[in-house]
Design a protein around this ligand. Sequence first.
Ligand SMILES: Nc1nc2c(ncn2[C@@H]2O[C@H](COP(=O)(O)OP(=O)(O)OP(=O)(O)O)[C@@H](O)[C@H]2O)c(=O)[nH]1
Length: 792
Amino acid sequence: MRSHGALSVPRQLSRSLRATYTSPKPCTVRWASTSLRPFQTHQLPLDRRWQQRRGQAGAAAAVLEQAAAPDDLAQETIIDNLAPEEAQRLSRVRNIGIAAHIDSGKTTVTERILYYTGRIKSIHEVRGKDAVGAKMDSMDLEREKGITIQSAATYCDWIKKENGKDEKYHINLIDTPGHIDFTIEVERALRVLDGAVMVLCAVSGVQSQTITVDRQMKRYNVPRISFVNKMDRAGANPFKAVDQISHKLRVPAAAMQVPIGVEDQFKGVVDLVDMKAIYSEGLKGETIRIADEIPPDVQPLAEEKRKKLIETLADVDDEIAEIFLDERTPTVEQIKAAVRRATISLKFTPVFMGSALADKSVQPMLDGVCDYLPNPSEVENLALDQRRKEAPVKLVSYNSLPFVGLAFKLEESNFGQLTYIRVYQGSLKKGNYIFNARTNKKVKVPRIVRMHSNEMEDTPEIGAGEICAVFGIDCASGDTFTDGALGYSMTSMFVPEPVISLSIKPKDNKDLPNFSKAMARFQREDPTFRVHVDNESQETIISGMGELHLDIYVERMRREYRVACETGQPQVAWRETLTEKVPFDHTLKKQTGGAGDFARVVGWLEPTGALEKNQFENEVTGGAISEKFIFACDKGFQLSCNKGPLVGHKVLGTRMVINDGATHMTDSSEMAFKTATQQAFRKAFGQGRPQILEPLMKTTITAPTEFQGAIVGLLNKRNAVINDTDIGPEDFTVYADCSLNSMFGFSTQLRAATQGKGEFGMEFSHYSPAPMQLQKELVAKHEKMMADKNKK
Ligand SMILES: Nc1nc2c(ncn2[C@@H]2O[C@H](COP(=O)(O)OP(=O)(O)OP(=O)(O)O)[C@@H](O)[C@H]2O)c(=O)[nH]1
């Protein structure tokens, strides 16, 4: 739950542009207002502990009280009035993520950032000849495959020249994977970061996975700057990328620079705000030379693109709009301020360009991070106050306020569980006690570290607005921690449902203990990786986001736990549901000498209306079934939903209501009610016109325009629903809903149909009824399997 303050109310010049830009949520918060009520006029009910705290830290408590006030005091005013030193500290902090399509160069860019900020002493390439690998790809598997699997956190200090002075910015940075199968890593990073650098390839521009990353950034309202990488490649065209960001992603964008030289002659850039040439020199591009003189052959392009930058800003920013209408030229300061305002309020993305591999023009992008991405106090983060009916409260990144943090990622290390925490308010100190808002448990913080990829550096304290990792805390990913006095909790991140599963077992039974240990660890670390044992086949089934996701875990099991595994064929995670309401009146009665079994359950089974969580409702009046037995009925219902009657997959969108029943004095038991409910469920479900559902995937395919016919043909064969098509001068993009089941082997066929030039990305969208014929086949196959099993 967060949004960005709009610093001014935009008056758009271009209505059409505004209409096409679909920001996920409108900005809801306005910042600094001078007409705010003075502090003392707020009188909130305070609990006793709170009053004590107020006594100890009067000013800070008043701030929090203000922050929690329903009529919301603007944060900027708090900063102005109370703690200039806190405001100063925060203004120099940036929490950013690097996210992009596969292979666009995120890790290579991050390696340069670490080198130029002095965090690492030498540069190592992804799949480089020295076989060392990039710092942020610390896992052997990542280095071998040249892909990022886990997001990695680090921090560095960037010294930026401002008005002739050196200003130090502290940057917490997370490098995320590009492959959709590891999407949870991007989700949780974006949940806790204040801004992002979206990296694009100068040749390919916006690619299928860029569209997914864009969706994720919009989901968490994360402002971004864009970096067009690989300017050294043949066919590099940064302006195509700028155009595609505006049109395909519908985020108004403009180049902040133009290149000096192209492809292998690429030397540097012209900064369109200052109108100065920036050259990267030295062995590794570590020396930045700024020249007032722009090369004459670049001058006309620079002037044209500067005009375009101002025009685009005029469309999204009031102040520039006015200057533009008056036919005046905005000053450098006015342009910079407008870019910052528009970026932070999610109306614009400034586009930088360079080549990480060729060590060119990465530092100006780092300056852009400091200039245009928000500091922690400029992002509104909300928590829900449990003591006040979950009323939203603003968190203020002050060290002096009570602590609130979010555990966003868990990782097993040699020293125990490592919990990554974003501190939103207050500070986290080694040796202090903190409370888990979900479990209400108090835990001591034994050790705090700052992460530098797989290395860690101990620190006694972490301030508000920062990211750290903590040892020895037992919690789940997404848990909120507070100092105990505040009843706050924060919303967690979006966890997509796994869509693919396969059976797995160790080749050798002696490896079972290690196998179980690995499964437990992987599940704890990754909420999109699930494990369960199928009751009938007794097989262990793992589920995840795609074949690569599961393959990587099988491989990690072999490498990290020395367990070689056998796996079954990947299976789609089908779901079952019913479509009609069915009443039931079912009695379980068994008399086999001695105590018998008796339970009668009456009620109905019905669709919930949406394909959402299953629901159990107790409408029994007059005590026909006691509470204890109702609990057993609920359990029976949940068990039935875990394994549907049609093909043994999970049930979705089904409600069971029990409104009557009967109990026997001696023969009724919890077991009898549980079994009676399961039997009633099975019978009623079969009569409620049940259906098998299949996962539909939001699929994006990009390829050169000449292959459009071939790709549409491939999609038609798969009964895909084409939702939209974007045709550019050279390539086109198709947006379609495809059933996951029909997409097995698609990458090979796409490669064959497009001479290897097409690419696609998939993201789970929703469940939808599978074609009738397929449903029949699946049911027949399941029945045969059950019959074979019974024969044995
Ligand atoms: N020509 C050229 N190649 C580059 C540049 N930056 C990165 N590469 C190459 O592109 C490939 C992918 O780079 P990575 O940094 O691993 O990309 P990534 O986006 O982190 O990859 P994933 O995390 O696996 O999605 C590597 O072979 C890099 O050497 C660049 O500026 N120019």
